[in-house]
Design a protein around this ligand. Sequence first.
Ligand SMILES: [Fe+2]
Length: 389
Amino acid sequence: MASFLSPVHVITGEGTLLQVPEQVRAFGSKKVMIYADPGVVKAGIVRKLEDILNDTHIENVVYSEVVPEPPLEAGNKAVQALKDSGADFVIGLGGGSSIDIAKAAAVLANHEGNVEDYLNMSGTRSLTNKGLPKMLIPTTSGTGSEVTDISVFSLESTKDVITHPLLLADVALVDPELTYTLPEKITASTGVDALTHAVESYISIHASPITDTLALDAVKRIGGNIRTAVWHGENQEARKQMSLGSLLAGMSFYNAGVAGVHGLAYPLGGRFKIPHGEANALLLPYVFEEIWPACMQKMGDIAEALGANIEGMSEREAAIAGVKELTHIVHDTGIETSLKAYGVKENDIEQLALDGIKQKRLLGRSPRKLYLNMIRSIYQKAYEGRTSI
Ligand SMILES: [Fe+2]
């Protein structure tokens, strides 16, 4: 059995930001709260949306204090700001943090308690209603957060999530034009994050024919365009393919889940504040070096989707080619490949491994069970920046 969920309405295409007023009106809403981070404000994207709303006489207010890898207090502050604003429609505009905060705020504005009360691992309350209507607009390609029901929060040494179908967007709007000015480094890390969503959901034990179709298409689009998008960001076709790839990967991983790479990236984000995309990219080669023997056919598919010529190869050789292609992408996009560069010390590895193995929700989807000794070895290799395939 497999079930598939996604937002009811997904809008894609260049220039679709202009559709926002029509969508706000469709919900009978009068005042919009826009969640964004200072980077998106600086890039002029918030101004663009404000102008569109002002031109159509829709009252709006901007909350631009969203921080990367938001801690619980940041979530609670954002919820309070929404309650105080009198807004009746929420827009999340930005990378994963802005979108995650918008999702959580829209729902929690209509609930008792704080963000921590609804966390997956330690929360004690359940969501009962969808709160305010919400529209999620990514400015990266990306987190896929616009089509998932997950809000991620940083704890002291790891991360936890609020996850519930009530967090799904009423409208997800993907306008590739919003990614045109994304810097190289963010294009690389968010792009590899999207690729990781695609490959982890493809090999997930919860994959289905629907998610496989979405995931493999996403692997092709991202793999075929990420280098161009990073190094020639003005290439609109590459940007468009990355936006679509990220969206499709998001729809896939929302249903099939992500696994070991994301699970082990969480402690890196929580303890060392390594940005989500960079943490995933750092771990991607090392996690796949451990798990490929448990999903050889699918790794061969990934190799082919990433452009490797697997003709004449054995299933084993093709699977290894898949791992190599993933590693090449991380290297070719200029992302750091060693934890040392982030100030992680060798004697931090044990604690990282102990925190990593607690991510049972994510690790449980891995096709190869990841034991503590394997997790330790993954962090050790990532620390040294040493691939073995
Ligand atoms: Fe991710």
